[in-house]
Design a protein around this ligand. Structure first.
Ligand code: SF4
Length: 689
């Protein structure tokens, strides 16, 4: 019998529970996780972590882990060997490709997997199956932020570092709750306020902990952020507080922008957003008086029909005030998953190649064509949203999905479930038999981050290495290994022996990453892209030019898109978001006993006013009904929410009360990101208690 491993091992890894990118050592004995220890060497978090990073890892040893490939036989799954599963995938997907072409196949990558996994996923799609139908879950969260930044300043990423946020004179947080969603980053803001009097403005529907601490709390009507942000830009210009020299030197389209601003008066903003003139003027003043402003935003902005336009409006406001290219200033979309930034950088997007190179860029495309030995169409592929539409109309026959529980994460879950059941062939690669996996024909057991080598890129564009803490459980395998096997069974000669070789390939094909190597990322070292050949990186972007051929930024001229209208009977606004203890749809954190104990079930927050009006008490059981579905849950009466606004956490511990049974399919006008935040419901009381 194998000897029990009694040695204690310490291995460095990077947290997988949010985009802050904390790194720490994991102490293990055999498969037992003894403790998680952050050290002063951690470039992001030093000795801090939050409760998820510290205690959220039980899921890796969960009995529910997938440990062998599964193949569907009728209604049931039967265990299979890797050879059987891979043979079936190659046979089915190969023949569908041959009959219908690569565009009949869709690939969904994950923002939880490593850069190397993501890169190979897009390579599998583009080289082996000749399809640009590749997307990732940033489609559900951060695509609008990326889009807004690409159209104004040129890079779809944070413009500086978390240190820059901490050194700003003023931090504005819009539609995000970092205390729970990005906890260690939140502590940096809290500390800056305490230590050097940093000012804080929070704009949100919900008065969460960060809002409680703010110098100014703004509560605009749902979906109207574009209007108040733009009105403030106009007011600043009207007062002569704008940075004229900066605009002249660095920004195009100023006169067109000034024209667009005409109608965004304070009076108009007051009427549309419900904020008072005094609050708007106060906000403008605080920006004017601050030594550097950083704006942080999250899904409260992006998951709206005007998500990308509002993100562009944020960049406009920062450009007007010269808040780019210097420390303590800039635009900071808060990436939710650990590797949202990286998975987009790696080209798991229908119109982008790895290294943030546009598919429409002929030279970039030719470079990949040469390397991959295939033609790559210049026609952008389908987004996640369009893939499901294409399944509905019979154009998309098969999907291959890695590490994404689309069945609960996409909006309008009932509809998604119906659609997934119509696929001719469906492969899901994951660590658990998720709801999505239950629709699959073949399920492949993957290894979670603690069982992998690779790199993640955090919200500030920082690339960090993670080392294998544990061996993959049972017959599960790292994602890159699985993707390589699929390619091999399709006849390709992929022969990567270690993820470092994949990173070398990425570096050789992407100017943005040309100086990235595992050697330069050894241990606690990290690099923030762009990384030059000699290894110099760029923590702060736009110090002398913006990322356009002429080196100049441009004001975005996009307009306000008003929120979706609902029938009168849906009289309550339903907001949703994160809680500290859980991650996303809950597949990982709901297997952690400690976290489960702290937060066993989700609930709906009801305002004191509404509680009084409808006779709802703490603990009342209510039913929320939207045009798309219904859920049942307990009420919590709290003044964190106001009037007819409700809040439900997005982590559906038991999936009967998953928020996305209520959300609809309409999305952001540019990126299709579902307008999760624009949901209206009616509420029925089941029992008052
Ligand atoms: Fe992990 Fe984010 Fe918590 Fe850091 S702040 S430990 S990255 S969940």
């Amino acid at each position: 019998a194998a000897m029990r491993d009694t040695r204690t091992k310490k291995t460095k890894t990077v947290c997988t529970f949010c985009g802050v990118g904390c790194s720490f050592e994991v102490w293990t004995k055999g498969r037992e996780i003894l403790k998680v220890e952050p050290t002063e060497n951690s470039p992001v978090n030093s000795v801090s972590t939050c409760v998820k990073g510290k205690f959220g890892w039980d899921f890796v040893n969960s009995e529910q882990r997938l440990t062998t490939p599964l193949i569907r036989k009728g209604e049931a799954f039967v265990p299979a060997t890797w050879n059987e599963a891979l043979t079936l995938i190659a046979e089915k997907m190969g023949s569908l490709k041959q009959t219908f072409g690569g565009h009949a196949l869709g690939f969904v990558s994950s923002s939880k997997t490593t850069n190397e996994d993501a890169y190979l996923m897009q390579k599998l799609a583009r080289q082996i199956f000749e399809s640009n139908n590749i997307d990732n879950c940033s489609r559900y969260c951060q695509s609008p932020a990326t889009d807004g930044l690409l159209s104004t300043v040129g890079y779809g990423g944070d413009s500086g570092t978390i240190k820059d946020i901490a050194s700003a004179g003023l931090v504005i947080i819009i539609g995000a709750n970092p205390t729970e969603g990005h906890p260690v980053l939140a502590t940096r803001v809290k500390r800056a306020k305490k230590l050097h009097g940093q000012k804080l403005i929070v704009s949100d529907l919900r008065k969460h902990e960060m809002a409680e601490r703010s110098d100014l709390f703004l509560h605009p009507k749902q979906g109207t952020d574009y209007v108040w942000i733009t009105a403030i830009a106009k007011y600043i210009i009207d007062q002569g507080w704008h940075d004229e020299a900066f605009i002249e030197k660095h920004v195009n389209q100023y006169s067109e922008y000034a024209e667009l601003l005409e109608k965004y008066t304070l009076e108009y903003a007051e009427e549309v957003t419900g904020l008072s003139k005094a609050q708007l003027i106060e906000t403008a003043k605080m920006i004017h008086e601050a030594d550097g402003t950083c704006i942080l935003w999250g899904m409260g902005v992006t998951q709206n029909v005007s998500g990308s336009h509002t993100s562009a409006a944020i960049a406009n406001l920062l450009l007007v005030t010269g808040n780019f290219g210097r420390h303590g200033a800039g635009a900071y979309p808060l990436r939710g998953h650990n590797n949202v930034q990286g998975s987009c950088d790696m080209g798991t997007l229908p119109q982008w190649l790895p290294g943030n190179q546009r598919l429409s860029d002929v030279r970039a495309r030719e470079k990949f064509e040469q390397s991959y030995g295939v033609n790559i169409s210049d026609k952008p592929g389908l987004t996640n949203i369009e893939m499901l539409e294409a399944v509905e109309n019979g154009d998309l026959k098969a999907m291959y999905l890695m590490g994404e529980d689309m069945a609960w994460v996409d909006s309008n879950s009932n509809h998604v479930h119906e659609t997934l059941s119509k696929l001719e062939f469906f492969v899901v690669q994951d660590i658990f038999l998720t709801k999505t996996a239950q629709f699959a024909d073949v399920v492949l057991p993957a290894a979670p981050s603690l069982e992998k080598d690779g790199t993640f890129t955090n919200t500030e564009r920082r690339i960090q290495r993670l080392y294998r803490v544990l061996d993959p459980l049972g017959d599960s395998k790292p994602d890159w290994w699985i993707l390589q096997q699929v390619a091999k069974y399709m006849g390709a000669d992929w022969n990567y022996e270690h993820p470092s070789e994949i990173m070398d390939e990425i570096a050789s094909l992407s100017p943005l990453f040309e100086g990235v190597s595992y050697e330069r990322l050894e241990g606690w070292k990290s690099l923030m892209w762009p990384v030059k050949k000699d290894g110099t990186d760029e923590p702060l972007l736009y110090t002398d030019h913006f990322n356009f051929p002429d080196g100049r930024a441009r004001f975005s001229l996009v307009e306000y898109v008003p929120p979706i209208e609902f029938a009168h009977e849906f009289d309550l606004t339903l907001n949703n978001g994160r809680l500290l203890e859980h991650f996303h749809e809950g597949n990982m954190t709901n297997k952690s006993k400690g976290l489960q104990y702290k937060l066993p079930e989700v609930f709906v927050e009801v305002s004191p006013e509404l509680s009084k009006e409808r006779g709802i008490k703490d603990g009342s059981l209510v039913r929320l009904v939207s045009p798309y579905g219904a859920i049942k849950l307990r009420a919590v009466v709290t003044d964190r929410v106001q009037g007819k606004e409700l809040y439900v956490p997005m982590h559906s511990v038991s999936h009967e009360n998953a928020i996305n049974l209520l959300t609809g399919s309409i999305g952001d006008v540019r990126t299709q990101t579902p307008a999760y935040k624009q949901t209206k419901v009616k509420m029925e009381i089941i029992n008052v208690k």
